[in-house]
Design a protein around this ligand. Structure first.
Ligand code: BEZ
Ligand code: FE
Length: 636
């Protein structure tokens, strides 16, 4: 919890498209009758349109506002205001015109209606900065706050890209500093994050579509919210530095804000970690200073104080001036520290929290080259994005990438018509089970599927019911009787059932060259009741082949290679989908750490001790097991 004082300004806000037309009713609402129109000289006919909209209420016009609100200019306008007897000023333009309106209001008490055409946000602050003889002074008073602000999205649609970007970053700076201001509070916090997000989103798109109304609306809303923050909480290093640079060296206002912001943020970052983290989140890049710098580069905005006209020789003095008067700021303000900041900003360096660089452009470039059928394009494009993201997020080194390539090369070299190390890799990373889950078993009425594994052999021997597939191999005798039904429970006579399993030591027949012919595998046809019956032995846990790259990976990552004991089934019946699955021995080892992630709860079943007379097919003395299971397979 932190204490705060918060007051909201009384300013009325009118927001929309073509709201310029509201200017007259808004002046009338204030009960004013004589308006001096202040129009930004660069705006062409907009001043005329405002004057027209005001009709007889307009009694004078002044188009001479100048950056940093020089007192001499204010005095000229003041003389005109008195001459025409105005009781209200209507200002249309950027921060300079707004500044002039404020300067007149604080001197005379006239009301202000402001129509901002840039994104500076000063229209909603009670702050006025004025210059007189090379020094800039700032004052704050409720009388300075405009009565009404009319945001007309149409007015900013034609704003040139340069000023669009720099004034929007100027607004963003208010929001950034509000997040680590000493008197920050819940309200400004939310406004600030919303402002940053909107401004960043709009700036990424504005170059491609400068007249888009939605983009302009985002910028204008962002400016309003950010300006509200500026008016509500104290600003730190960034604003003080820009103030010095503008007031003392005459640097242009919003470009200076744009250049300084990423550097001021980087300077404060170690002392405002949570704020910087949230700013990064709003910007969509955890390296917030770098993200702002990159935004400037992408939009062609200035990135160095050098290009704004600051002489290298002035850097030391600027650092001195900036530390002359103490003020609250997250990071301690040392002359040495600020000298470093200013030098980096002067040279246009890319400040960074030290994270990985932004490479979206490269990813986009690669993805944009991918043509072909839509599904292929989509899959490959997404794969590229994820691979790039993987490399970037993990700051992958050359050596690591090379090791990965060598690993995959060896994996490929191990593959032949008998061994598929890539499938094993997919199995042991759980990918086969993911794809299996996506492809099969998507309805609760069917028996779940499980991975095929490498030990299935096409065309197994066709066997009679009751055959002992273990053919005398040692092990606990197991009698199996399974029923194959459709999802509605009706039996499927004639269903083809392939089974295969390992021996007591965990080997499949194909792994034992000394064995003659196929054992522990076979094909059965279901009888009229959809049943298949055979003898075998209880399967045991076994390691997946671990003498290749998959084994290396398991060893290197502290994993065992074992599969839980199971029996494989492949079921095919006319008019039904094929089901490949496994039944796991309840109570068996590795059920919760199966090396290929094949275990599903519904497939873990009891292999209970057999009772009574063993069914025909093999001679049994002592313990035996009796597995019964009903498979439900889906109609095609
Ligand atoms: C198997 O159960 O036969 C198996 C499955 C995946 C990888 C290795 C073996
Ligand atoms: Fe297996």
């Amino acid at each position: 919890m932190s204490d705060f004082r918060y007051s909201t300004g009384p300013t009325r806000v009118v927001f929309g498209s073509h709201t310029l037309a509201d200017v007259r009713p808004e002046v009338e609402r204030l009960g004013r009758t004589r308006v001096l129109v202040l129009a930004d000289p660069g705006l062409g006919t907009v001043g005329d349109r405002v004057r027209e909209a005001l009709g007889a209420l307009a009694v004078g016009r002044f188009d001479g506002a100048v950056m940093h609100t020089p007192v001499a200019v204010t005095e000229q306008a003041l003389a005109l205001l008195r001459e025409v007897g105005a009781d209200c000023v209507v200002a249309v333009g950027g921060g300079s015109t707004t500044g002039l309106a404020k300067a007149l209001a604080v001197r005379t008490g006239v009301d202000q209606v402001i129509l901002p055409t840039t994104y500076a946000g000063s229209e909603v602050t009670p702050v006025l900065g004025e210059t007189d003889g090379g020094t800039k002074t700032t004052r704050s008073s409720p009388d300075i706050l405009p009565e009404t602000v009319i945001y007309d999205v149409e007015l900013s649609r034609g704003l040139p890209l340069g000023i669009t970007v720099t004034s929007a970053v100027n607004a963003m700076a208010h929001a950034v500093e509000a997040l680590y201001a000493p008197d920050t509070n819940l309200v400004t916090d939310r406004l600030a994050l919303e402002a940053i997000e909107r401004i960043a989103r709009a700036l990424r798109r504005v170059k491609a579509d400068p007249a888009d109304a939605d983009i302009r609306a985002d910028l204008l809303t962002g400016a309003w919210l950010a300006g509200t923050c500026l008016g509500s909480v104290g600003m730190g290093l960034h604003h003080k530095l820009c103030h010095t640079l503008g007031g003392t060296y005459g640097l242009p206002h919003s470009p200076t804000h744009a250049v300084v912001l990423p550097h001021a943020l980087a300077y404060n970052a170690p002392y405002a970690k949570e704020a910087v983290r949230r700013i990064g989140e709003a910007l969509g890049n955890p390296d917030a200073p770098a993200a702002i710098h990159d935004l400037l580069v992408e939009t062609g905005a200035p990135t160095s104080l050098r290009e704004l006209g600051l002489a290298e020789a002035d850097l030391a003095q600027a650092a001195e001036l900036a530390t002359a008067k103490p003020y609250p700021n997250p990071a301690p303000l040392t002359q040495e520290g600020l000298a470093g900041l200013l030098r980096a900003a002067w040279a246009g360096e890319r400040p960074s929290l030290g994270g990985p660089p932004r490479l979206d452009w490269l990813t986009d470039q690669v993805v944009s080259t991918i043509a072909g059928p839509p599904r292929l394009r989509h899959l490959l494009g997404d794969l590229v994005r994820r691979l790039h993201g993987f490399a970037i997020d993990n700051d992958l080194t050359q050596a690591e990438w090379q090791a990965g390539i060598e690993f995959l090369t060896r994996t490929g070299q191990l593959c032949d018509d008998k061994r598929q190390e890539f499938v094993l890799l997919s199995d042991s990373l759980g990918v086969s089970s993911v794809v299996d889950a996506l492809t099969n078993s998507r309805t609760p009425e069917t028996t779940p599927s499980a991975v095929l594994g490498p030990f299935y052999v096409e065309g197994p021997p066709e066997l009679e019911h009751g055959t002992d597939v273990a053919d005398g191999l040692p092990g606990v005798p197991l009698h199996v009787e399974v029923t194959i039904t459709s999802t509605d429970g009706s039996p499927l006579p004639g269903a083809v059932v392939d089974i295969w399993q390992s021996n007591e030591d965990g080997f499949y027949d194909v792994q034992l060259p000394d064995l003659e012919g196929p054992v522990l595998r076979g094909r059965f046809r279901a009888d009229d009741g959809g049943r298949v019956r055979f003898w075998s032995i209880l399967p045991s846990e076994y390691p997946i082949p671990a003498d290749g790259t998959v084994g290396d990976m398991l060893a290197a990552t502290g994993r065992h290679p074992y599969r839980a004991p199971h029996l494989h089934f492949m079921l095919a019946a006319e008019g039904h989908q094929r089901l490949i699955t496994q039944l796991f021995v309840a109570g068996g080892k590795y059920l919760d750490s199966d090396a290929v992630f094949g275990v599903k709860q519904d497939l873990v079943v009891d292999f209970p001790a057999g009772t009574g007379t063993p069914p025909p097919g093999r001679r049994v003395t002592g313990e035996w097991r009796d597995l019964r299971f009903t498979f439900r397979i889906a109609p095609a």
